[in-house]
Design a protein around this ligand. Sequence first.
Ligand SMILES: [Zn+2]
Length: 326
Amino acid sequence: MAKHYTFNPHTLSYEILGIPFKVRIYRIVFGVLLACASSTIAIYVFSYFFETPRAALMQQRNEDLQIKYDFLLQRLRQTNDELNELMQRDNKVYRSIFEADPIPLPVRESGMGGIKRYEQLLADAQTEQVAKAMIFMDKITKKVYIQSKSFDEIAEYVREKEEMIFCIPSIQPVNLSDPKVHFSGGYGWRSDPFYHVQKFHHGIDFGGPEKTPIYATGNGKVEKAEFNWGGYGNMVLINHGFGYQTRYAHLSEIKVRQDEKITRGQLIGLMGNTGRSKGTHLHYEVLFKNRDVNPINFFNTDVSESEYHKIIQALKEDANKPAMEY
Ligand SMILES: [Zn+2]
């Protein structure tokens, strides 16, 4: 900067002119401001063209997170596929075995209270991906819940089926390996021993000596243990549940009481000739939903194939003979 001089008439010499204080201050302030502005512009220009280390680090972290997120999403999709496979198997195999209705797809796939809970997350571009993953996860959680409920239900069916297997009549009421015990009358139309007319025989008959043991053919409860005046004589009626009942008639002695719980193979009475009967025998009936059915179809746990054919043959030969009771 050029220096200013002024002439002093008293000393007759030129003297250097001093800069006022105010002007100096202005100059300093202006200088500082100029330096700030120029350095800001320089930083801005620099960061525009070159990344700062911090920004580079953030960028790297962002990319890492994106990779992890994609991996998480992939795992969720895999889990969902596996779950869908399990649901298919549940509906088509497990539930159909136990005659249970399949669970409809809309019920299995319904969400958990919609996407309202994620509105805020979805509105923000940075958290949108997270919200979507959470919605996906919720759907999977719901499916797992429904699936586990379905398995509970199936476990209950299994328990019931197991009980049913023990309850449904499936053995013979007498010990046929005893040579003195034999079939003496089949189910169906046959000649009535009293009136000699064709009548429907609602059960099958087993002949044998007086007091031959009679056994319950399935688990259940004694519904009746009494003398029946209608013709059955001393009779036991067992209710097996699941729609099944069995009747044991013409007993000489009843060995159970009404309402007593019975297990398969339990002694319930002794063979006799009470009621409308001609000769010592057991009249055995199986009823399903209050209608009699052929008991021969319920001997499936203690009869071999050859034994079964022998019974059928004996019943055929026997069909023309008069029954020992109606
Ligand atoms: Zn009979």
